[in-house]
Ligand binder design. Structure first.
Ligand code: CP
Length: 317
């Protein structure tokens, strides 16, 4: 594995999940694998889970990490080729990237979409510019369209939870929110579940919230949430703003917040969310505080997911 920016960088999802589960069982089994290697973690927006879990994962492998809040502490970056930099941007990515390349052995980056211009967000300009202007491995800590470390942790969580000899039914359900939220987590979860190919996969949302077909292609799209939830083994709850009417909130989503009533039609489903979650907006207290919720298990698995990815990168570079 050279880079880790989407499921397309993974040759065998189940093998990576097994590596992660081995890391979870024995976190320090390869504690010298990354000695004298430095990992840079660049953040363009806030984070708790991604930031800490990646640092813990690197430490378990003996690596040093440096976190740089580039949005607050860095020079404002210019991303456009040929820009005349007489405005607010101070440093071109073409100049910053080679410096980061010299400082680090692995560079991890979290970007964030502006949710104004769909073509711009979906071009993943910062991630791609970093890949272009460096020759060290680049790991996405969430990009403008995807969140692959979260999705790997989600597949790990489903694998260790579901022990029946059949395909689980997984439902990704849209939930209400008070502000426009990126499609990254939903896109990425759909992309990974499809690539994994080991589930009956249903995506449910109000009309107008269709995700990009590239990510949902093998899923059943169901606009009736109650119908979608029937017999579900896992319900993944997430808000996202419209992809079609880009970045917009189209409805207050009354009735879409997951409550115990919604779960009655499921197969005693486990409920997932990437966190942070807005209680009693996206998910009710009664669900989050019940035995249905496996959100802490998901967040816990962010460590072994990151450790598996860093291990694969160390092994192959
Ligand atoms: N799920 C997730 O990425 O959480 P953070 O934003 O806290 O990193």
């Amino acid at each position: 594995m050279k880079n880790f920016t989407s499921v397309h960088d993974v040759t065998d999802i189940d093998a990576l999940v097994q590596t992660a589960l081995a890391c979870k069982k024995e976190p320090f089994a390869n504690k010298y694998a990354g000695v004298n290697k430095r990992v840079g973690l660049l953040f363009m927006n806030p984070s708790m889970r991604t930031r800490i879990s990646t640092q813990l994962a690197a430490k378990n492998l003996g690596m040093d990490t440096i976190v740089f809040n580039i949005d607050k502490d860095g020079w404002k970056l210019e991303l456009e080729d040929g820009a005349v930099m007489n405005g607010t941007t101070v440093e071109h990515i073409k100049d910053a990237a080679p410096v980061l390349n010299a400082y680090f052995d692995i560079l991890c980056v979290r970007t964030f979409p502006a949710l104004i211009d769909r073509a711009e967000d979906y071009s993943e300009v910062l991630l791609n510019q970093l890949i272009k202007h460096t020759n060290i491995p680049i790991v996405s800590l969430e990009s403008t369209t995807l969140h692959p470390l979260q999705s790997l942790a989600d597949i790990i969580t489903i694998t260790e939870t579901f022990k029946e000899d059949r395909k689980p039914k997984i439902v990704l359900t849209w939930a209400p929110h008070i502000k426009p939220i990126p499609q990254c987590v939903a896109n990425s979860f759909a992309q990974w579940v499809n690539a994994w190919g080991k589930a009956d996969f249903v995506v449910t949302h109000p009309e107008g919230y269709e995700l990009k077909e590239e990510f949902t292609k093998n899923a059943t799209i169901e606009y009736d949430q109650h119908k979608a939830l029937h017999d579900a083994d896992f319900v993944y709850v997430k808000n996202w703003s419209s992809y079609k009417d880009y970045g917009k909130i189209l409805t207050d989503g009354a009735g879409w917040m997951l409550t115990p009533g919604h779960l009655s039609a499921t197969n005693n489903a486990k409920v997932m969310h990437c966190l942070p979650v807005r209680r009693n907006v996206e998910l009710s207290d009664k669900v989050l505080d019940s035995v249905h919720s496996i959100v802490t298990q998901q967040a816990t698995n962010r460590v072994c997911a990151a450790q598996a990815v860093l291990s694969e990168i160390l092994n192959s570079n």
